[in-house]
Design a protein around this ligand. Structure first.
Ligand code: 5AD
Ligand code: SF4
Length: 441
């Protein structure tokens, strides 16, 4: 489409899935003739793609939207649109509407379906419209080509929504039930990406292990098809669910050519009582067994996790079980969170007697334990040679190049910028808690 000479700015909060959604939004806007800008000040249309997973994410959005008032006063023709998980919830959308009357439109996670109408409507008037459907996310809009960030990596959503109903989690309420893309669409997209020179492909879903449920395909079969493609590239995936992550999948990854040796397997808690209240569908024993199995089958695997401290009714005894599991499994790193009450979830109605201050004390203990483990865990790679995709300038030292190993670990090494986008062999000489340093060989 011809350029309409208008500029659009999209800010994304939350998870990789949301970033992938924004890449589609940017793709759509580009098709529509917009130029995508890097700052809100340059833009004629601003879109905030929001996240609802925890209260602090929501507070940040409220603060950032409030700050747009000044911009709108200076540029009355500016259009401001909110979308995503936060505004999929009716009560939040109403709060935005009354708190910030300068907003032009509010929509939910089905933003791609409503954007054409919103864009043309906001051209005509400036009344706020709340445009949500109960069917959050029913379509993939295959016809819209995402405008991707970066040159060597690519997010590829394989499914949307979630059927699990973990009792603390708002995601099933805002992203609806699971729907999977067809394997043909995914394989064709990945093939094109590889032909374009992208070498780090990240398959995305709330629970990739249930990809294709209810159809005649599944995640293992999808991975097998992708692993058969020619070229040198890494297929990463997230997020796995311990209840659905099968040993045969791990067996396949162990012998695959391209599938990542990084397994992000959120455990959430190490207490069976809490896991049950969370409706997670596995026990600590099952989790530990699965983690041990993965380590045995894929000796150079990097295991990471998510942990939630202070779930309603959790006692210090329960929490100590989590610390114990963390010590036993030896995660390379963990994303740790203090429980945040989400309206509409089952956990929101559970008694929650422990104070936030006390939960914060537990949380510090968890950070200490995991910090101590992360401090030394990469030392196991010292002396090993790793295949590394060179992705940019080093973080530990600007004179170095940085790359990503098959385990998803950052590796910094000395090398020429010409190597960007290439795979190289690096012998590891030093381990930091968050990266490896090595020499190219
Ligand atoms: N409070 C705190 N953390 C949460 N997460 C999901 N819901 C909540 C909540 N209500 C965390 C989980 C999940 C990660 C993406 O966010 O650990 O795995
Ligand atoms: Fe946030 Fe969850 Fe929505 Fe991702 S799916 S943006 S983490 S609420």
């Amino acid at each position: 489409m011809d350029k309409n000479n208008k500029k659009a700015y999209v800010r994304t909060y939350g998870c990789k899935q949301n970033f992938a959604d924004s890449e589609k939004i940017n793709g759509f806007l580009t098709e529509f003739g917009f130029i995508i800008t890097k700052t809100p000040e340059e833009a004629d249309v601003i879109i905030f793609n929001t996240c609802a997973v925890r209260e602090n994410a929501e507070q940040r959005v409220f603060g950032n939207v409030g700050a747009l008032k000044k911009l709108k006063q200076e540029k009355p023709d500016l259009k401001i649109i909110l979308c995503g998980c936060m505004t999929q919830q009716k009560h939040i959308a109403e709060r935005f509407k009354s708190k910030f009357p300068f907003l032009d439109a509010i929509t939910g996670t089905n933003v791609l379906s409503s954007l054409p109408e919103i864009i043309s409507q906001t051209e005509k008037n400036t009344t706020i419209r709340i445009n949500q459907t109960d069917k959050a996310y029913s379509e993939f809009k295959e016809e819209i080509k995402p405008l991707r960030e970066g040159n060597f990596s690519a997010n590829v959503p394989i499914m949307n929504g979630c059927n699990n109903f973990c009792t603390y989690c708002v995601v099933p309420l805002v992203r609806g039930r699971e729907v999977s893309r067809t394997p043909e669409n995914i394989v064709n997209e990945v093939k094109e990406l590889i032909e374009e020179g992208r070498k780090d492909i990240l398959l995305l879903g709330q629970n990739v292990n249930s990809y294709g449920a209810g159809t005649d395909t599944d995640f293992l079969s999808l991975l097998k098809q992708l692993d058969n493609l020619d070229g040198e590239f890494i297929i990463d995936y997230m997020t796995s669910h311990p209840k659905d992550c099968k040993k045969e999948l791990i067996d396949f990854i162990a012998e695959s050519r391209h599938v990542s040796h990084h397994l992000h397997l959120p455990v959430q808690s190490g207490s069976n009582r809490i896991l049950k209240l969370m409706n997670r569908g596995y026990t600590r024993e099952k989790y530990i067994e699965l983690a041990e199995y993965a380590k045995k089958k894929i000796p150079d695997i990097s295991l990471t996790t998510d942990i939630l401290a202070g779930f309603p009714g959790e006692t210090y005894e329960d929490f100590k079980q989590t610390l114990d599991l963390v010590e036993k499994v030896n995660f390379d790193s963990a994303y740790t969170f203090i429980y945040s009450k989400r309206e509409g979830t089952k956990a929101a109605d559970m008694p929650d007697p422990v104070s936030y201050e006390e939960k914060s004390e537990w949380f510090k203990e968890l950070l200490d334990v995991q910090g101590r483990i992360s401090e030394r865990s990469y030392e196991r790679f010292i002396g090993k040679t790793m295949r590394v995709l060179c992705t940019g300038e080093g973080r530990s030292n600007q004179n170095l190049l940085t790359g990503k190993s098959r385990q998803g670990i950052i590796v910094d090494f000395e090398g020429d910028n010409k190597l960007l986008g290439e795979f190289v062999n690096v012998k590891i000489t030093k381990a930091l808690p968050w990266a490896l340093i090595g020499e190219m060989i």
